[in-house]
Design a binder for this molecule. Structure first.
Ligand SMILES: Cc1cn([C@H]2C[C@H](O)[C@@H](COP(=O)(O)OP(=O)(O)O[C@H]3O[C@H](C)C(=O)[C@H](O)[C@H]3O)O2)c(=O)[nH]c1=O
Length: 180
């Protein structure tokens, strides 16, 4: 399913349930590539947030280390947010949110050119995501979670933030040089 912002994809995997529980292919390179996802991811990430109301983000990496991400929740639930920061994009500065959970098993594909962040909805939420470029501290950038120019409506107005996330700059969108 396509999001309202070009390139964003919400993926519902096939879940095989039986009396024991369930099985699903959480990723399959050939099928996902047919849906326009990168042919190769190079890193798996996994975070645990102990409380509801944790916001991680909004993050992105600059070219040439700009990352596409395939995000899923394996415990708990998040409100996952993407912001279009592609210079020249007709939806530059627009955001969209999705509820991903261990229950709904939905996966979100976030192409390079989007800032990404999430707010946990329950305690002990675990998020696992694939990226197609390696982490690069030098290319890592952030946007303030409540940047008034973007106006994201989060599930909380008083989030638990890392020190880094509490002090991101607000974003003059024109500054970004993502090739649309
Ligand atoms: C992202 C990353 C971080 N780190 C190290 C750097 C720090 O010492 C520590 C925690 O990093 P950070 O506070 O940036 O972690 P999150 O706040 O969960 O960041 C993530 O949150 C949002 C939701 C994202 O979309 C990004 O993928 C990612 O930036 O892990 C690594 O060693 N490798 C990595 O790929």
């Amino acid at each position: 399913m396509e999001g309202k912002l070009a390139g964003i994809k919400l993926i519902e995997p096939t879940v095989f349930e039986d009396a024991r529980g369930y099985f699903m292919e959480s990723y399959q390179a050939e099928r996902y590539a047919k849906n326009g996802l990168p042919k190769a991811f190079v890193q798996d990430n996994h975070s645990l947030s102990k409380e509801a109301g944790v916001i991680r983000g909004l993050h992105y990496q600059l070219h040439p280390q700009a990352q596409s991400k395939l995000v899923r929740v394996t415990a708990g639930a998040i409100y996952d947010v993407v912001v279009d920061i592609r210079t020249g994009s007709p939806t530059l500065g627009q955001w969209e949110g999705f509820e991903l959970s261990a229950e709904n098993k939905l996966q979100l594909f976030v192409p390079a050119g989007f800032a990404h962040g999430f707010c946990t909805l329950v305690s002990n939420t675990e998020v696992q995501y694939k990226v197609d470029r390696l982490y690069s501290k030098e290319h890592d950038r952030g946007i303030l979670w409540n940047d008034p120019a973007i106006g994201i409506v989060w599930p909380t107005t008083q989030p638990i933030l890392s020190e880094k996330d509490a002090r991101h700059p607000v974003l003059a969108l024109a500054e970004h040089n993502f090739k649309y």
